[in-house]
Design a protein around this ligand. Structure first.
Ligand SMILES: Cc1cc2nc3c(=O)[nH]c(=O)nc-3n(C[C@H](O)[C@H](O)[C@H](O)COP(=O)(O)OP(=O)(O)OC[C@H]3O[C@@H](n4cnc5c(N)ncnc54)[C@H](O)[C@@H]3O)c2cc1C
Length: 393
């Protein structure tokens, strides 16, 4: 028996058995065995989600042996990525073939399958979350069969699979829609809160832009990236803290040494600033001294995945960061109602308290997603008690 812990240490459990199959046949056999025994099986990536998506008392399956980019297609800018690969490994491999992802999140240590599965995003008004790259998939269903789909033949199924948290099947390989390799220029500045707010409209014109707000100092760190050096703005009202340039897969992500817990909500773009100002007020009044480390605000383009948090809405995310090891629920639970008041949807892989009854009201295509999930997992092998709470009741 081995205790499993997520990255921050705030979610632990003891799976009955951890399995690391080395072939597609072994994945199929494991799923069939779990289904036959009436047990639950969850597939884990790098374990960076802090919501208990992967928690199971029975089988926990890792795809870590499935690696190595295949079939690079420079004409259509596509390639196949096996699902044991991290964002970093995939980025490096793709670069060798002249291909690149349109964006990454803040770190690259997650698996690409895990990141896609939860709708993980970076920032940029023109850039959708990582799941938008999913062009096709080869997966093992809840009955242990291998099936394949892609956007040219089955758009509806792909929209369901795009953000599906391992609930429809275990992805073996993902065909991704990519871009030719590109360089990025990155600058980070420290600016006053007022200057950040006053210049938001201009700042959002950069390819990638986001900012941290630090409640204790009331300062902001703005982060800007562009493909062309000429497009990098001169920020006369801030002090330059960092400047870098290089291939996108090296410039987009950062290393994280300080561990933290996080709640992140995805707001409709037009409501985000009002929401942020109300959250800020609450943090200043009640949490400034004790808990609030920093908040991160990012923009993301809408997509068409059935249960992507950015589904059919141009979006802005607000996330609360709190140092790992300290109590966070008091703080997160005080702010969550503000996110909900402004029609926020939770990030699937981060802390939130919502259950199916609330979640289904947030997504137009909720029932369509559930029908697809039931079709691929008729015996509910992937539906642990947490996933049941999330999807059913
Ligand atoms: C330090 C840190 C920084 C982060 N930065 C960002 C960020 O910038 N933006 C953002 O949006 N999020 C961010 N996150 C959240 C993180 O990207 C997501 O939680 C992501 O899902 C984690 O990927 P993982 O490989 O650890 O997957 P896990 O957490 O292990 O799994 C996530 C989900 O994917 C499913 N899954 C995994 N592999 C497969 C597979 N082969 N087939 C089908 N389903 C699969 C799992 O079953 C699970 O439901 C961050 C998290 C941390 C800890």
């Amino acid at each position: 028996m081995e205790i499993f812990s997520n990255w921050s240490g705030s979610m632990t459990f003891t799976p009955g058995k951890i399995c690391t199959p080395e072939s597609e046949e072994q994945v199929c056999e494991l799923v069939k065995k779990a289904t036959f025994e009436g047990k639950k099986l969850r597939v884990v990536g790098a374990g960076h989600s802090s919501s208990p998506l992967i928690r199971t008392d029975d089988y926990l399956l890792s795809m870590k042996h499935f690696r190595g980019v295949e079939a690079p297609d420079l004409q259509h800018h596509r390639a196949i990525v096996p699902t044991g690969m991290t964002v970093k490994e995939a980025g490096k491999d793709l670069f060798r073939y002249g291909l690149a992802m349109h964006n990454t999140g803040d770190v690259d240590v997650q698996t690409l399958a895990g990141a896609i599965g939860t709708g993980t995003h970076g920032t940029g008004v023109e850039l959708p979350n990582l799941s938008a790259m999913l062009y096709g998939v080869r997966m093992v269903t809840g009955t242990g069969e291998i099936v394949e789909f892609d956007r040219s033949t089955d758009e509806d199924t792909m929209q369901a699979l795009q953000v599906s948290m391992g609930s429809c099947g275990i992805f073996l390989k993902m065909k991704l829609q990519l871009e030719p390799v590109y360089q990025l220029f990155r600058r980070e500045y420290c600016v006053s809160f007022k200057n950040c707010m006053d210049h938001l409209e201009d700042l959002e014109k950069n390819r990638n832009f986001d900012f941290y707000w630090y409640p204790r100092t009331d300062l902001c760190k703005i982060r800007i990236m562009n493909k062309e050096k000429e497009k990098m703005p001169e920020i006369g009202y801030g002090s330059l803290e960092l400047e870098r340039e290089g291939p996108s897969h090296e410039i987009l992500p950062r290393s994280r040494h300080i561990k933290f817990d996080e709640m992140e909500y995805v707001l409709p773009q037009e409501k985000a600033i009002d929401c942020f100002l109300e959250v800020r007020q609450q943090v200043k009044e009640n949490f400034r001294r004790d808990v609030a480390w920093r908040l991160l605000i990012r923009t993301i383009r809408k997509d068409d995945a059935l249960i992507s948090p950015m589904s059919e809405r141009e979006s802005v995310t607000i996330s609360l960061h709190h140092n790992a090891g300290l109590r966070f629920w008091n703080y997160f639970k005080a702010i969550e109602p503000i996110f909900l008041k402004y029609e926020g949807r939770p990030h699937w892989g981060k802390k939130h308290t919502l259950k199916a009854a609330q979640l289904k009201e947030m997504y137009t295509h909720w029932n369509k997603f559930q029908q697809t999930r039931q079709k691929f997992d008729p015996e509910e092998t992937f539906l642990t008690s947490y996933m049941h709470e999330l999807f059913i009741a």
